[in-house]
Write a protein that binds this ligand. Structure first.
Ligand code: SF4
Length: 492
């Protein structure tokens, strides 16, 4: 039974992490190993902090978990050491809790009632509990393949093997359709393979889930540039439905002076090369080793660069909040992102070293005689408020020049990459750089559906899975006239 005073008796404890000096010496996940019995007891105690709220904001899709994860239910089960039942409840709403338990910034925790008042001791550590339930189930060999009992004879092509594509593929395979996932890269996983560093997601965790999907009957084809080979016409004629889960990989760039100097890179280009080295593809051509690294951008991609640069042996790492130029010159009101220090987002990578600078704007990159970046020219800015309450950024003087041998632009994504696949389907990007769809997730092209970042814009792994699950239901209805699959979210 729920103890309504559990959060008073048990202090919040998140997962223990290895010491920063130790973890920057390897690429293993940041978590400290714990003896199994101690870990189970610790997590059960943390789950006992949940009050089983009458209105559990943690799993509302407006503020909490878009998957509608049954958080109070599995908290209760874990608090009573019913791990197997907790894993069943968790998997009933989430195909891949081992991914969200590692990668999601946990809007559920921000929405938790215990997060509202700091006297409550902080939110239930939902993300940690989710990861531990999922890992315990895998360690107990209790996540078997669940192939469909009946085949429908219908076929679906899923384009993209990131979390949205994989979620849609698993749901549709389990509903009895023959699903083929097409992936452009040479390995499966999308951003989870080449965008996310291994210290956040061990590739064995990804691999065991892919093995399960193989065993359930999902087919995979890697190295396919869909739109070229196969063409869009071949895909549409060869399959009864197509799901576009191609992500929003077009990186935002910035044409500040010096952008074309050697040593100035898009963050995702840097991360992909580094992650390929970890996969055994040979040394990266863009290493931080021995260099002064400046990361422009304060979001999660910037934090991934931060942790990666330290593991590569950077001489120093500085992360800048990004503003292209002193905005006073443009007299423009901007909303700063990431948040200013009062509501600063901190990841484990930030405990590993480096310097964060806020209220700065990049003026440009300065090169040496042979065209390599030598420093970053930075202007100091400040935030003021307009009468209407909007933030306005003004130049305050006192510019800096930061030494730099590797500059990484981590300033977001602009949307879906254009190409023959979209052109030949007659699809255009909307003002957000994304693909629009109707209430049934179908694009303007008949039988072609969309989900994940390709529809929502660059977002959280949990939203990708939620959209993949929801689009799968729509495809199931399209193919069979009905569906028992869940649809946790609706199109934007
Ligand atoms: Fe438990 Fe927090 Fe959800 Fe309430 S909001 S049910 S305390 S996890």
């Amino acid at each position: 039974m729920v103890d309504p005073e559990g959060f008073i008796k048990v202090p919040q404890r998140d997962a223990p992490l290895r010491a920063p000096d130790e973890r920057i010496g390897d690429w293993h996940e940041v978590y400290a190993p714990q003896p199994a019995a101690e870990r189970a007891r610790d997590v059960a105690e943390q789950a006992s902090r949940c009050m089983d709220c009458g209105v559990p904001f943690c799993h509302s899709d407006s503020a909490g978990c878009p998957l509608g994860n049954l958080i109070p239910e599995w908290n209760d089960l874990v608090s009573r050491h019913q791990w197997s039942a907790a894993a069943d409840r968790l998997h009933s709403t989430n195909n891949f809790p081992e991914f969200t338990g590692r990668l999601c910034p946990a809007p559920c925790e921000s929405a938790c009632v215990l997060a509202i008042d700091e006297r409550s001791g902080g939110s239930v550590t939902i993300k940690r509990i989710e990861r531990e339930i999922a890992d315990a189930a895998w360690e107990a060999d209790a996540v078997p393949p669940r192939p469909a009992r009946v085949q429908t004879g219908r076929t679906v092509a899923v384009v993209g093997s990131g979390p949205a594509g994989l979620a849609a593929a698993q749901q549709l395979t389990r509903a009895g359709h023959q699903v083929t996932v097409f992936e452009r890269d040479d390995r499966l996983g999308g951003l989870m393979r080449y965008g996310i560093p291994e210290f956040k997601l061990d590739r064995a965790v990804l691999g065991r889930r892919l093995d399960q999907m193989h065993a359930e009957g999902t087919r995979f084809r890697t190295g396919c540039e869909v739109g070229v080979d196969p063409t869009a016409a071949q895909l549409r004629s060869g399959f009864d439905a197509v799901v576009l889960a191609v992500g929003a990989l077009r990186a935002r760039d910035d044409a500040v002076p010096g952008r074309d100097l050697v040593g100035v890179h898009l963050a995702m280009d840097y991360l992909v090369r580094s992650n390929r080295e970890c996969e055994g593809d040979g040394p990266t051509a863009v290493s931080a080793q021995g260099k002064h690294v400046v990361i422009i951008g304060g979001g999660d991609t910037g934090a991934d660069c931060l942790g990666t640069a330290h593991r590569q042996g950077a001489a120093s790492v500085t992360q800048l909040d990004y503003h292209r130029e002193p905005p006073a010159a443009r007299d423009e009101a901007l909303t700063p992102w990431p948040s200013w220090p009062l509501v600063l987002r901190i990841t484990p990578a930030h405990a590993e070293g480096g310097t964060r600078r806020f209220e700065v704007a990049v003026r440009g990159f300065v090169g040496d005689a042979v065209g390599r970046v030598r420093s970053v020219a930075v202007a100091r800015v400040a935030v003021t408020r307009t009468r209407s309450g909007r933030s306005r950024i003004v130049y305050v003087g006192g510019d800096l020049e930061l030494p730099c041998g590797l500059a990484l632009l981590a300033i977001g994504f602009e949307g879906v990459e254009r190409g023959p696949l979209l052109d030949d389907c007659g699809l255009r990007l909307n003002s957000r750089g994304a693909l629009s769809c109707g209430p049934d997730w179908q694009t303007g092209a008949s039988g072609v559906f969309v989900c994940g970042d390709a529809h929502r814009g660059a977002s959280l792994v949990v939203w990708a899975i939620a959209e993949g699950r929801s689009a799968a239901r729509a495809v199931d209805v399209y193919l069979t006239g009905h569906s028992d699959l869940p649809a946790p979210v609706h199109p934007m």
